[in-house]
Design a protein around this ligand. Structure first.
Ligand SMILES: [Zn+2]
Length: 226
């Protein structure tokens, strides 16, 4: 297959929606942000906020926080999970991103962004059968459980409430695990790095921010989360 032929195939099969989206980007957004892109290209990125979110297509941090280029350093994975610090020689994507964000970018805030109707959490709650022989989701979500811990629906707790509780627990677990990183904890204790939790309600587009003192999620616009 010639390069030209391959290129042609790629252009034919490249999603039309993305080509149209890029067209809109170049005609609408780029003209107003061209200078910012050039500046970011010359002096490099220096975002102050890192967001650890879910892969879910409905929960895009840049959209939710109306962020422009260079503003958010984003890691997304199934169920917005941060693993515990594990210097075992293995390849750890979230840890690599954290290492760069903290040691090179000197990020000031890390936001763990959870959300409603999370498929990863649902798979975990429903204890689904492996989707492939590797059972990657099962293994990934297993980090949620500490040795001896049991995650079950409580008496008189509706499935919806249980699900929301576990979606929020994923945020707490990630925040807890962040503190296991030796290059994170000292900065948090010194007050130069701040950890935050947030929860996005997909249907309403509502955002709830974790009040670390009370462990409650409060509406970013005022009222209190259920
Ligand atoms: Zn999710």
């Amino acid at each position: 297959m010639s390069a030209a032929y391959g290129y042609g195939i790629a252009m034919i099969s490249f999603p039309q929606r993305l080509l149209e989206g890029y067209q809109a980007f170049t005609t609408q957004r780029l003209p107003t942000e061209q200078s910012r892109y050039r500046e970011l290209s010359e002096r490099g990125q220096s975002p102050e906020v890192m967001v650890i979110g879910c892969c879910d297509s409905r929960v895009s941090p840049e959209v939710i926080f109306d962020a422009g280029p260079g503003e958010l350093f984003v890691v997304r994975n199934v169920a917005n999970l941060v693993p515990v610090y594990q210097p075992d020689g293995g390849a750890h994507g979230v840890s690599a991103a954290l290492e760069y964000a903290i040691n090179v970018l000197r990020i000031k805030h890390i936001v763990v962004l959870g959300h409603a109707q999370c498929g990863g959490i649902r798979a975990f709650i429903d204890k689904i059968e492996p989707l492939s022989p590797g059972d990657f989701i099962g293994r990934w979500m297993a980090m949620f459980i500490k040795p001896g811990e049991v995650v079950e629906q409580r008496d008189r707790e509706s499935m919806q409430d249980f699900t929301i509780r576990i979606e929020k627990a994923a945020i707490f677990r990630s925040l807890e695990n962040l503190l296991t990183f030796p290059f994170v904890r000292p900065l948090v204790e010194a007050g130069t790095l701040n950890l935050h939790g947030a929860y996005f309600g997909v249907a309403e587009g509502s955002l709830f921010v974790l009040d670390q003192a009370t462990k409650d999620f409060r509406s970013a616009t005022g009222s209190r989360a259920g």
